[in-house]
Design a protein around this ligand. Structure first.
Ligand SMILES: [Ca+2]
Ligand SMILES: [Ca+2]
Ligand SMILES: [Ca+2]
Ligand SMILES: [Ca+2]
Length: 284
């Protein structure tokens, strides 16, 4: 009885092509020099989820793919074909069949998170690393090699402010960030494998730009009575002023003060700060 080893390389199933179910792989028939009942009567295959055995009229066994192969689940299938003769005593021989499943690019890169969020100071300089994104791809070789890019349709503003290292997924500052102009940036990153055809995956990025106190307060005089008549009564409103500071929180709060020797007083008002003339001393 033949004892041998057979090796097959079969692509994992993708669509209705390559090794789709029903594909047949002819196995050399085992040879048995005996004749009649003593020659090979049956073949058996050890249990397999993906293959079954078919023996045609000429008693040539063939391996039939019953279920798609998935290299990512099982890259190698070891099958044992047993040939049994009809003699007495029964004799049998086995062939080891090794099926190597060839990779097809059937997995898209997948990011570890759907959305990555982080904060960066508006004073961060170009080259500062902000964030790492990471995607994985279950395929083999180039089918599983990933590169990172900004998604198509990413705005010119984003492209001017941030950069991504395609091989590492590191996002760095590229331009000058400004909390006062944009305190939050949202964009998408695409991971592409190098298979043919190429598959891709996406994730979202949200970068908050943290404020620093980089703006001086500005005083705005909205109305002013000038000159002021010297007999103005104490309490006369002579100017409405306001102040603004585009920074956020305490960085944008403004405290207005007048020099202590001033003849004027600051009073809060709804729409600005009226300066009241409060001194009884007339001024010239
Ligand atoms: Ca694959
Ligand atoms: Ca892939
Ligand atoms: Ca400020
Ligand atoms: Ca600021």
């Amino acid at each position: 009885m033949a004892v041998g080893q057979v090796r097959y390389s079969i692509p994992e199933e993708m669509v209705i092509e390559s090794a789709s179910p029903g594909a047949r792989y002819s196995l050399e028939s085992a040879s048995d020099p005996d004749v009649a009942m003593n020659t090979i009567q049956t073949y058996k295959l050890n249990p397999s989820d993906n293959f079954k055995l078919n023996v045609d009229g000429r008693k040539i066994p063939e391996l039939v793919l019953e279920k798609p192969l998935d290299r990512e689940k099982m890259p190698v299938h070891n099958l044992i074909l047993t040939a049994v003769d009809g003699g007495d005593p029964v004799r049998s021989g086995t062939s080891e069949i090794t099926v190597i499943v060839l990779d097809i690019n059937d997995n898209a890169p997948q990011f570890e998170k759907q959305v990555y969020e982080t904060n960066v100071s508006e004073k961060a300089t170009p080259g500062t690393e902000i964030l790492h994104v990471k995607a994985t791809d279950a395929d083999e070789g180039v089918n599983g090699e990933i590169e990172y890019f900004f998604a198509e349709q990413t705005s010119d503003l984003i492209l001017s402010l941030f950069a991504i290292e395609s091989s590492t997924g590191t996002i760095v500052v590229r331009g000058n960030l400004d909390h006062e102009t944009n305190s939050l940036h949202r964009f998408d990153i695409t991971a592409k494998d190098k298979g043919n055809p190429q598959l891709d995956g996406h994730c979202g990025i949200e970068i908050k730009i943290l404020d620093i106190n980089d703006n001086n307060p500005e005083i705005i005089v909205t109305s002013l009575t000038s000159p002021v008549p010297e007999d103005s009564a104490v309490g006369t409103v002579i100017a409405l002023i306001s102040a603004k500071d585009p920074d956020s929180g305490d960085n944008g709060k403004v405290l207005l003060t007048l020099s202590p020797k001033s003849l004027f007083k600051l009073n809060p008002s709804l729409n600005g700060m009226p300066i009241n003339y409060t001194s009884s001393t007339k001024f010239r």
